[in-house]
Design a protein around this ligand. Structure first.
Ligand SMILES: [Mn+2]
Length: 335
C-alpha cells in the first residue's frame, strides 16, 4: 500500500496535498463516509458535510459509525442526518471509503472490516497520532478540526459551502476549538465565512455544548468529589484526575460524560488532567481515559505510549485494572 498526500508535522499544508482528496472524489461513483466510534461533532459534522457535498454531485453515498446505535442527542439537528445508515447496512464494496476524524482503524470499530472492500481508502484527519492507514492520506495536524480541513478541500473542489454544509462544518469547528479557545490565525476567518451563510452560531454552540439534562448536575457533584491532585507528577507540574463509575452516569449520554474533563482540567495546580471513565465491562475494571494538557506536555505522545492517541493537548487511551494502578502507570508515562 503506497501512501500519498501525507505531510510531515512541521511542514505547511498545501493545496497540492489537499488535491489528492478532490481527485479521489472525482474518480468515485460510490462512496462510504465513516465516522469514529462514540462520535463527536467534528467527526459527524465532517461526515454529514461531505455526504451532502457528494450527494449534490450525484454520487451515491452512505455515512455511518459503528457505535453506539444512535446518534448522540445533541447532534440530531445537524443537516444531512438522512444520509446516516446503521452500521450493519454499510455496503461491503464501494469505489471509495473516506474516514473522517479517525486517527487509526481502531476508531472505526466493527466497520474497520469495510476497508478491504474499497478500491481507495481516503483518510481525512487532523490527529497528530494518525497512523496513515489510507491508500490516500490528507492529514493536517495543524488544523483546528477535521471540518476545517474539509472546508479547504471543498474550495479546491469548487463545492459551494451553503448554509447546510456550513452548519455541519461549524459544529466541528466550535467544538474542537473548545468554543474558540484553541485557535490559530485563520480560525476566525473560517468561522466568519460559515456564519455569513446565515447559520445561527449561538444556537449551534448551545445545542452541542451547553445542553444537559438536569441529572448532569448531581452527577458532576459526585464525580468532581472524586477529584485528586498529584502535585509531584511530571516533575512538579501536577496531575489532576477524577473517576467516573458507571453508576454515577446511569441514564446520562456521552455528551454529559465527555463534558467532565473540561471542568477537571481547569485546576490551576495541574498541567495535566485525566478522567477515568468506567466502560461497560465493569467487572474487568476497564476504563476509557481522557487526557488534557495546558502547555508543557504533549499528551498525544503519552496516550500513544499507553495504546491510544490524539492531539498535543487532548488525547485518550483505554486500560484495565484498579484505578491506583492506572494512575501509577500514567504518572510513570508522564515522567
Ligand atoms: Mn476532530
Amino acid at each position: 500500500m503506497t501512501a500519498t498526500g501525507s505531510s510531515a508535522v512541521d511542514e505547511p499544508f498545501g493545496d497540492d496535498q489537499l488535491k489528492v482528496a478532490v481527485d479521489a472524489f472525482e474518480a468515485a461513483t460510490s462512496v462510504t463516509v465513516l465516522c469514529h466510534v462514540q462520535p463527536d461533532a467534528d467527526t459527524i459534522g465532517s461526515g454529514l458535510a461531505l455526504g451532502l457535498a457528494l450527494e449534490r454531485r450525484g454520487i451515491a453515498v452512505q455515512v455511518s459509525f459503528a457505535e453506539p446505535d444512535r446518534l448522540p442527542a445533541s447532534m440530531r439537528d445537524l443537516p444531512g442526518t438522512d444520509l446516516l445508515v446503521p452500521a450493519d447496512e454499510v455496503a461491503r464494496a464501494v469505489d471509495l471509503i473516506v474516514t473522517v476524524d479517525c486517527g487509526s482503524t481502531g476508531r472505526l470499530g466493527s466497520l474497520a472490516d469495510r476497508l478491504d472492500g474499497a478500491d481507495t481508502v481516503l483518510v481525512i484527519d487532523h490527529h497528530r497520532s494518525n497512523t496513515r492507514f489510507g491508500t490516500v492520506n490528507v492529514i493536517d495536524v495543524k488544523a483546528e478540526s477535521t471540518t476545517a480541513v474539509l472546508a479547504r478541500i471543498f474550495d479546491l473542489w469548487d463545492t459551494e459551502i451553503d448554509r447546510d454544509i456550513a452548519h455541519c462544518l461549524y459544529a466541528g469547528l466550535v467544538t474542537d476549538t473548545g468554543s474558540f479557545r484553541w485557535v490559530r490565525p485563520g480560525t476566525h476567518v473560517l468561522a466568519e465565512r460559515l456564519l455569513a451563510t446565515g447559520i445561527d452560531g449561538g444556537a449551534i454552540a448551545r445545542t452541542l455544548l451547553d445542553n444537559h439534562p438536569f441529572g448532569w448536575l448531581p452527577m458532576l457533584s459526585t464525580v468532581l468529589g472524586s477529584a485528586q491532585l498529584v502535585a509531584d507528577a511530571h516533575g512538579g507540574d501536577g496531575l489532576v484526575y477524577a473517576v467516573v463509575r458507571r453508576a454515577d452516569v446511569e441514564g446520562l449520554g456521552s455528551e454529559e460524560i465527555e463534558s467532565i474533563i473540561d471542568i477537571v482540567r481547569t485546576a490551576t495546580e495541574a498541567e495535566v488532567a485525566a478522567v477515568f471513565k468506567e466502560t461497560e465491562a465493569s467487572t474487568r475494571h476497564e476504563w476509557a481515559v481522557s487526557l488534557r494538557s495546558k502547555n508543557a506536555v504533549d499528551v498525544s505522545t503519552v496516550a500513544t505510549g499507553l495504546g491510544g492517541g490524539g492531539h498535543r493537548f487532548a488525547a485518550g487511551y483505554t486500560a484495565s485494572g484498579p484505578i491506583e494502578d492506572l494512575v501509577a502507570s500514567l504518572c510513570a508515562a508522564l515522567g
